[in-house]
Design a binder for this molecule. Sequence first.
Ligand SMILES: C[S@@+](CC[C@H](N)C(=O)[O-])C[C@H]1O[C@@H](n2cnc3c(N)ncnc32)[C@H](O)[C@@H]1O
Length: 270
Amino acid sequence: MAVRQESHALPGAHLDWEKMPGHWLLARLGKRVLRPGGLELTRAMLDGLDISPRDTVVELAPGLGTTARLALARAPASYVGVERDEAAVASTRRYLRPGRDDCRRGVAANTELPDAFASVLYGEAMLTMQTTPQKEAIVREARRVLRSGGRYGIHELAIAPDDLAVAEKEAIQRELSDAIHVGARPLTVGEWRELLEGAGFRILQTTTAPMHLLHPTRILADEGLAGALRFAANVARTPAAWRRLGEMRSMFRKHEARLCAVMFVAEAVS
Ligand SMILES: C[S@@+](CC[C@H](N)C(=O)[O-])C[C@H]1O[C@@H](n2cnc3c(N)ncnc32)[C@H](O)[C@@H]1O
């Protein structure tokens, strides 16, 4: 079934609707904001990171480039994105300033950037999908690439409360992973904090928001009226996507009380 396509190739475009990761399914249907706390938490993160023309900015996993665009509106000295998906690299490159910025294909745990290269580094909706050792490696890499006093922002999915029984936590992680077809391992807010502190960061700001990625009001707020209508039209004409979306929505709804979005801004200290 034809979905209104954009002129550039979208990530995951070659995959079957039934199999593709949830974030690329949403992207293919026209959704541009793919992080759990929506644009509101993204803006809070960018405010907390306080990006200015003095800053050298690195983004891990920029995806379609939605936040890169907002970060570049703050006119940093330079921007580098490191993203493992080739089509996503191409998507982010559309927003970059020639000669000043770059988006390269690579992995977040080994960016190949020099030590203390950046004054600001952030990544959204990219740690949740990693295993514990991968999360630790990426946060260590963030600390290596940031100079002391630099700011690190993350915006991820969290499980609440902090003392939720392990069995319940694991059940949520399993159901999430099954629905979005990506290994999803959200941590509690306390565990995210420990992950950052353990790698040499001091937490400056913690903000949570409801996990409303697929709520109509959030879709409208994130995508605007035209984007929300285009998304709805694409869903309506694609039965396989409609089915997948239904599964994702019912799983998010089932665990709504146990899931939230969390954003941290931290300072590189030791
Ligand atoms: C859910 S999307 C989020 C994209 C973007 N940060 C956003 O919030 O819209 C996850 C992104 O992380 C990228 N990604 C996942 N693991 C990665 C890794 N180890 N290194 C670089 N990119 C990674 C994927 O290719 C994808 O673009």
